[in-house]
Design a protein around this ligand. Structure first.
Ligand SMILES: Cc1cc2nc3c(=O)[nH]c(=O)nc-3n(C[C@H](O)[C@H](O)[C@H](O)COP(=O)(O)O)c2cc1C
Length: 343
């Protein structure tokens, strides 16, 4: 109820302005989140990648790029939060407007382009907030827009080295459609080279910090089915700890005719659900029963979360569903998954 009132007001504003205002409120008054929820986080612990998750529902990357609202996300009931995408240097992202609502489809199109405060600011902020945040924290890393794609690995390694000690897990994001050529890193040769460099850096970090944070790779929904087994094989070959599927899509068939359908960027929310679900089950088929997979894309009910889990997801994440359904969705998903018998 409270959320539907807040949503009506926020939906009067430009999508990005509403987003900024909400984050500002939540970072200053995290107790607001508790007031909206009225109940504690669903307690349904699960161990994945050696980490103990309070429940299986996470906030997807991109909503809190700079890690400013951890206390609020915890109060909304998320078992884990993925901050970022962060890049080595701060950057402003693409020109505005760059985020569009498609309410008829419960969808968003964004071309933000990794606007973020940079890894140094994120590290400092996380250093402070880790004292009170009790959920699992993922850090999603990427490259600066002006780093040539041939030097992309340098940026991932800079972020990995700088942020490893703050992260419960790290996500290597090679699937945003809004950084030129980024998705080329998903091709066999480029991915082999990138993951090999990351694997080596992890060994160094394990020595220096006496700990090796799990690393996952986040992929796009627009890869053909035929590319998925090779991707799994490469991730496993280089000792990665799991995959996250999927990021936003370039496809527009599901929203044809909408006034924003032809905006450049990635489409998220309900229209991406079928493809994200298929990719997840194909990854599960290729990866075997044990390899950790996080399912994301179009989850907007407890039933969706359950379906993703039955398709093979160990954990799920939400973004666009959270914008349209509000925080009740976190509880719905966590409850459904707590009752599931999927293994
Ligand atoms: C406005 C917006 C910004 C996003 N930014 C990022 C990002 O920085 N890094 C990333 O890996 N994914 C990002 N995503 C993708 C989401 O994490 C998620 O993978 C995708 O939206 C599909 O899930 P959903 O349908 O629940 O939104 C973003 C999505 C949206 C809508």
């Amino acid at each position: 109820m409270l959320y539907s009132l807040a949503r009506s007001a926020l939906f009067q504003l430009d999508a990005e302005r509403a987003h900024e205002l909400t984050l500002e409120m939540l970072s200053r008054f995290p107790a607001l989140a508790g007031a909206v929820m009225g109940q504690a986080r669903v307690d349904a612990p699960a161990t994945v990648m050696g980490l103990r998750f309070p429940n299986r529902v996470g906030l997807a990357a991109g909503l809190d790029k700079n890690g400013e609202c951890l206390a609020a996300w915890e109060r909304f009931g998320f078992g884990f939060v993925e901050v970022g995408t962060v890049t080595p240097r701060p950057q402003a992202g693409n020109a505005r407007p760059r985020m569009f609502r498609l309410p008829e489809h419960q969808a968003l199109i964004n071309r933000l382009g990794f606007n973020n405060h940079g890894m140094t600011a994120l590290g400092a902020r996380l250093q402070r907030s880790r004292r009170y945040f009790t959920g699992v924290l993922g850090i999603n890393i990427g490259k600066n827009a002006d780093t040539p794609i041939e030097r992309a690995a340098d940026d991932y390694l800079l972020c990995l080295h700088h942020l490893h000690r703050h992260a419960d897990y790290i996500t290597v994001n090679i699937s945003s459609p809004n950084t030129k050529n980024l998705r080329d890193l998903q091709s066999d040769a480029a991915l082999d080279a990138l993951l090999s460099a990351i694997a080596q850096a992890r060994e160094e970090l394990a020595q220096a910090e006496s700990r090796k944070a799990p690393v996952l790779v986040k992929i796009a929904p627009d890869l053909p089915d035929s590319a998925l087994p090779a991707l799994v094989e490469l991730a496993q070959k280089h000792g990665m700890d799991g995959l996250i599927a999927t990021n936003t899509t370039l496809a527009r068939e599901a929203v044809t005719g909408h006034v924003h359908a032809n905006e450049a960027g990635g489409l998220s929310g309900l229209p991406v659900r079928p493809r994200a679900q298929t990719v997840l089950s194909q990854l599960r088929a290729a990866a075997g029963a044990e390899f950790p997979l996080i399912g994301v894309g179009g989850i907007s009910s407890g039933a969706d979360a359950l379906a993703r889990r039955e398709a093979g997801a160990d954990l799920v994440q939400i973004y666009t569903g959270f914008i349209y359904q509000g925080p009740e969705l976190v509880r719905d998903c966590a409850h459904s998954l707590a009752q599931s018998t999927a293994i």
